[in-house]
Design a protein around this ligand. Structure first.
Ligand code: NAP
Length: 302
């Protein structure tokens, strides 16, 4: 029997583990992929207080090592459901089931797809959702990035270091991402902008060979020959397995009041919950709140 099971070992889940462990409770982290969550793929973090610059990998590794040193257990298993019993909770994974007294759901988000024909067919064959993981395969080649948020801007910057040309294709005239990043991009000579444009077709036989891009105003269509397309059009929650357990909003985010969900003894932290600002700092902040609240809940029940 664990005191707290934390679903997801990203920034929010790992941060909550620090607080729970330091309050003397036993913790199990359940993670379906790798520890670190989204931040592990960030090339550089420059907006976290007191750390001027750090790679996402170094940040995630340091956080993970801190949690393991404090005594957390971690299993790499996908959670399929949670049963909220009166005296204990049961967290069921594809392989096992675990008992605990409180649960923190910090399941993060999954990548949004463009939702156009051939996207699945060319995934891994020219289409990638992670520039940090796959960018090096496109050294000296022409690629495109789809999206206009911070991830797209950072991906374009990274790719421009080793690709011959990087198109950035965005559906609006303005980027959603930070101005500082957009300014850095504008100083790169091998970046071409296709703003106010929509990707309307993904073309190729065995692999992606070109994308058709249509101007939103003129409806003129261009065909761009390229080797890779990096899709960075945001993320969506992956909370379907919890839909019978607690309240989700119309977009699938967990509804919580300061990290307390509608299910007793179950808390939520990080990007998976409904909130206004999704940043590294707010994921850490949620972790602290959910961790302390889970311990307070357990203590009240004793
Ligand atoms: P995001 O900020 O939600 O941006 C997604 C982008 O994709 C938007 O420009 C959006 O267009 C576009 N988009 C959405 N659906 C689309 C579709 N179906 N087809 C084409 N384009 C589509 O996502 P993100 O860049 O992954 O960032 C997620 C969060 O992480 C944000 O809060 C971001 O600030 C944060 N983040 C921060 C950093 C950093 O601090 N340095 C780095 C990475 C991410 P519209 O603009 O028209 O909506």
């Amino acid at each position: 029997m664990y005191d707290v099971i934390i679903v997801g070992a990203g920034t929010a889940g790992l941060s909550s583990a620090i607080y729970v462990l330091r309050l003397g409770k036993r913790v199990l982290l359940l993670e379906r992929n790798y520890y670190g969550g989204q931040i592990i793929n960030a090339t550089e973090i420059e907006n976290y207080p007191a750390i001027r610059r750090i790679s996402g990998y170094d940040f995630a590794k340091a956080l993970y090592e801190q949690v393991i040193a404090l005594g957390a257990d971690i299993e790499y298993e996908r959670v399929v459901s949670i049963e909220n019993g009166r005296y204990e909770k049961t967290v069921i994974t594809e392989k096992n089931s675990y008992k605990c007294r409180s649960v923190i759901i910090a399941s993060g988000l999954k990548k949004r797809k463009l939702g156009i024909e051939n996207e699945e067919r060319f995934t891994g064959k020219g289409i990638s959702y992670c520039a940090v993981c796959d960018g090096a395969f496109y050294k000296g080649k022409t690629v495109a990035v789809a999206g206009g948020g911070n991830t797209a801007l950072m991906d374009a910057l990274l790719l421009s270091d080793y690709c011959s040309r990087v198109y950035i294709i965005h559906r609006r005239k303005e980027f959603r991402g930070e101005k500082l990043l957009a300014e850095k991009l504008s100083r790169r000579e091998n970046i071409s902008y296709m703003l106010n444009c929509t990707i309307t077709a993904l073309n190729g036989s065995e692999r992606l060979e070109s994308v058709s891009v249509t101007s939103n105003d003129s409806r003129i269509q261009n065909n761009i020959e390229l080797s890779g397309l990096f899709v960075a059009v945001g993320q969506i929650p992956d909370n379907e397995s919890f839909s019978g357990l607690l309240e989700l909003d119309e977009n699938g985010y967990i509804i919580s009041d300061n990290c307390s969900t509608s299910a007793e003894g179950i808390f939520s932290a990080g990007d998976c919950r409904r909130k206004d600002i999704r940043q590294l700092a707010t994921a850490v902040s949620d972790g602290a709140v959910a961790g302390i609240k889970a311990c307070e809940y357990i203590n009240r029940k004793e």
